[in-house]
Design a protein around this ligand. Sequence first.
Ligand SMILES: Nc1ncnc2c1ncn2[C@@H]1O[C@H](COP(=O)(O)OP(=O)(O)O)[C@@H](O)[C@H]1O
Ligand SMILES: CC(C)(COP(=O)(O)O)[C@@H](O)C(=O)NCCC(=O)O
Ligand SMILES: [K+]
Length: 245
Amino acid sequence: MILLVDAGNTRVKWRVVSADAPARALAEGAVGHAEIDMLAAACRAWPGLVRVLGCNVAGTSVAAGVAAACAPLRVDWLLPTAACAGVRNLYENPERLGADRWAALIGARHSHAGPCLVVTAGTATTVDLLSATGDFLGGLILPGVELMQQALARGTAQLPLAEGRFEWQPRRTVDAIRSGCLQAQTGAVERMFRQIAAQPDALCLLGGGAADSFADLLEVPLRRIDNLVLTGLGTVATLPAPPTR
Ligand SMILES: Nc1ncnc2c1ncn2[C@@H]1O[C@H](COP(=O)(O)OP(=O)(O)O)[C@@H](O)[C@H]1O
Ligand SMILES: CC(C)(COP(=O)(O)O)[C@@H](O)C(=O)NCCC(=O)O
Ligand SMILES: [K+]
């Protein structure tokens, strides 16, 4: 059995899979950075674990926390490369791509045969173009929904950090903030989708902790997929020599 770990800037998502069927989750969960030691309980609950494969974009102390929770198993961290599992990485500097984006692109390639827009709405929102032939063409990074709202509250005198709701014609400050942030997310997605919209089977794959806040607003062919990063890591786990450190 294998433990897959997606260490993001807000939460660490994990999934236990069997080595023969890494696409099927036997168990999964998510923990905040302050509770990473709870991963140790997952490790103890699955004594058949022989391997941990992860990706980390949350810095060295989160990586160290994951490593400590998984010990004595060692954690192999996915390294973005120029090509892996049928996906070609056209980033100018392939290794500079976030490892979570790379894993999600690999997951997308193995979930949908046509061209797709891979959207992960987490701390940041990423909007990545994957061609019908498996080329990662490039993508956007924007502040996630919560980060956008926090930035407005932090950077202004009059804007609160309060619950608003989406309105097409907002007439209260809190609704104007919420709607502005959600329109920014959906606008970015829909504009990027235009680049593949005319191709057969073009699809937007959407996941991440904030995905539900704007999924219903998106006017593109959409499939909600939770934890595409972990799906991609499951695919990488089947490779004879996965690019890890
Ligand atoms: N229970 C939750 N805990 C934390 N964030 C949540 C939760 N439910 C939804 N969210 C939203 O999900 C975002 C984090 O999503 P996630 O996919 O875990 O991000 P990351 O991969 O960056 O760690 C938060 O910014 C917040 O908007
Ligand atoms: C863009 C990200 C911050 C997204 O992180 P997340 O929201 O999943 O925590 C992360 O993928 C990252 O740090 N990327 C490195 C830079 C890049 O992908 O170009
Ligand atoms: K993200």
